[in-house]
Design a protein around this ligand. Structure first.
Ligand code: UDP
Length: 325
């Protein structure tokens, strides 16, 4: 198949590209390298089945040319990571709403099956754990920039479902804290990256608040497998799926595990959210997916145990640190 991956130079996108190339597809990536990195896809450059376009999904002319040639689209291009969103909410809203609107409008015009990458952030601070796809969203006020990401992704989902209602085969995946090799070592997108970098450098490991807030970390190979199933299983069209592990871990415990795995002597320090995100910040205390629908419709279940995934991630971070980046 000819597959278009928007955001294919990003963390999850580039792993998706690896899997699709491995399966023998013809893959085109559009990425403006704002969050993504050319290093993530450098090993495919020059391959006859691989094409890279360095442009934004806001450029409708470029996008139209690419969508017209695609049999399947995975739309992952977005401004992601709480820190990016909090720092520049305007850019995040524009890219995350208008970008998806562009992709879906063109997918509808050329009738191309599409998977839209959404996020567990859409649940906001809902406490109805485990979070079901049809559960309520609970958000704070619009003065708290974090929730703009949740709403932008929710608008994307509304667009997707509206097109699905018109018959377009479109599927939404809600990712739960993906981690693995190629996470941005500056830790912008993930606490896992921050803790590894801090531990390997012997710097304090910064646990926010009491560290009892939880997440379900999902190894990126599992995230990618769920994404491909969402784009290929017929009954998935018109549906929304949680894609993640349902193994919950407290952030304080994650810090301990990463310190032990790396053999680091870093001290674990607790600090308030406000020191990182400013005064207007609200946190999600527990985030656990209900994985029933993904299991039943996609036959998907996350398989990689946290320790195994963290080991593989550590190998990559060690190499990065040694190469001095
Ligand atoms: N976190 C932390 N220390 C850090 C960065 C993050 O304790 O240096 C916590 C954060 O408060 C949240 C969890 O780790 O509870 C996951 O944060 P991340 O930014 O990875 O993703 P989120 O799930 O919040 O989008």
């Amino acid at each position: 198949m000819r597959i278009l991956v928007t955001g294919g130079a990003g963390f999850i996108g580039s792993h998706l590209v690896d899997a699709l190339m491995e399966q023998g597809h013809e893959v085109t990536v559009i990425d403006n390298l704002s969050v993504g990195k050319i290093a993530n896809i450098a090993h495919h450059l020059g391959h006859e089945r691989f094409h890279f376009v360095n442009d934004s999904i806001l450029n409708a002319t470029t996008l139209e040319r690419l969508v017209r040639q695609a049999d399947l689209i995975f739309h992952l291009a977005a401004v992601v990571g709480v820190k990016y969103v909090v720092e520049d909410p305007l850019n995040a809203i524009i890219v995350n709403v208008r970008g998806t609107e562009n992709v879906l409008e063109l997918a509808f015009k050329y009738w191309v099956r599409t998977v839209i990458a959404s996020s567990s952030e859409v649940y906001g601070k809902s406490t109805a754990v485990p979070l079901r796809e049809d559960g309520d969203r609970i958000l704070g006020p619009t003065t708290v920039p974090r929730w703009s990401y949740s709403d932008a992704k929710a608008i994307d989902e509304y667009f997707a479902m509206a097109y699905a209602k018109k018959g377009l085969p479109v599927t939404v995946v809600r990712y739960f804290n993906a981690y693995g090799p190629r996470l941005d070592p500056r830790g912008y997108g993930s606490v896992v990256a921050r803790f590894f970098t801090q531990a390997l450098r012997g710097e304090p490991i910064t646990v926010y608040e009491d560290g009892r807030q939880t997440r379900c970390f999902t190894y990126v190979a599992d995230t990618v497998r769920g994404t491909i199933l969402a784009g290929t299983v017929q009954e998935a069209a018109g549906q929304i799926f949680n894609i993640g592990s349902d193994r919950e871990i407290a952030i304080g415990e994650l810090a301990e595990r990463i310190r032990a795995l790396t053999g680091s002597r870093s001290e674990i320090v607790h600090m308030p959210y406000t020191s990182a995100y400013g005064p207007d910040f609200e946190e999600t205390r527990r985030r656990v997916p209900d994985v029933t629908r993904a299991r039943q419709v996609l036959g998907f279940e996350a398989q990689t145990a946290l320790d195994e995934g963290l080991m593989r991630t550590l190998e990559w971070f060690r190499r990065e640190e040694e190469s001095g980046s």
